[in-house]
Design a protein around this ligand. Sequence first.
Ligand code: HEC
Ligand code: HEC
Length: 239
Amino acid sequence: MRQTSQISKLTSVRAGFMALALTIIGAGFSAAQAEEAPAAAPAAAAVVPGKPKTDPAAGEALYSNGDASRGVVACVGCHGPNGKSASGAWPKLAAQHPAYIVKQLKNFKEGTRANAVMMGMAAPLTEQDMANIAAYLGKQEPSPGVATNKDTIELGQSIYRGGIASKGVPACAGCHSPNGAGIPSQYPRLSGQWADYANAQLIAFREGTRMNAPKMTVISSKMNDKEMKAVADYMAGLH
Ligand code: HEC
Ligand code: HEC
């Protein structure tokens, strides 16, 4: 116990130092900019809005230890070491695309993705925190999974690859890519994700508790429970 708290103390000291160092570098940078172009935009624009410089090491520290002084809870407790969570109650975040993670955290914060737990977790995060954590998670190895229901695997595969033509459901592969790795900055990785979690998201899209993806709202509204379960199970084993 004592060792753990010393390590986390050390880590937060290190994180604090890095934040300080970055602030100093940042201040130097904007001062230099201001000298070169005094009449242009105000010097405070060292960080381009919407495109903060990311610091994966600071992201890792926040992910692993939280920050009690700001009410940030350690993500690792639910999402697991390196973003590999231990059960379908919590999504795997390893190797998820950073832009997607940042978007989800903003959506939780603003409430377009209504989840009581994550709305609380996202509330104290700044945009810089979000970008840092996302950069750290995006660098982790993907966490493979397995499909567990052999009775529905064929149905799941046919939906993933070909959609359901009779109902106008498009092929999931068309956006999420044939191997489920997704497409950075547009479509999230689905391969290896816990089936229980993916299934719960499809239901949340259909029921309107998750309102941050109009395309997924339309697609899920055309799917029944059996189809959702089948495709979620198939995607867990996809790689
Ligand atoms: C107490 C458990 C818990 C903690 C701690 C926690 N989360 Fe979560 N997280 C969840 C749950 C549950 C969900 C699924 C929410 C849903 O169903 O919409 C989730 C979902 C997410 C998602 C969306 C994943 C996806 O594939 O769309 C992201 C991103 C995320 N969490 C990031 C974080 C970060 C960053 C932290 C730390 C600051 C954190 N979480 C702390 C439980 C937790
Ligand atoms: C037209 C493109 C498109 C198609 C086709 C599509 N999706 Fe998606 N899907 C998206 C987008 C965009 C998101 C991310 C939304 C967001 O930013 O929150 C998403 C998110 C998801 C998520 C949530 C992932 C997470 O980590 O929470 C699941 C699950 C999902 N899609 C399943 C499917 C399935 C199953 C199919 C096929 C039946 C499918 N999608 C077809 C665009 C698509």
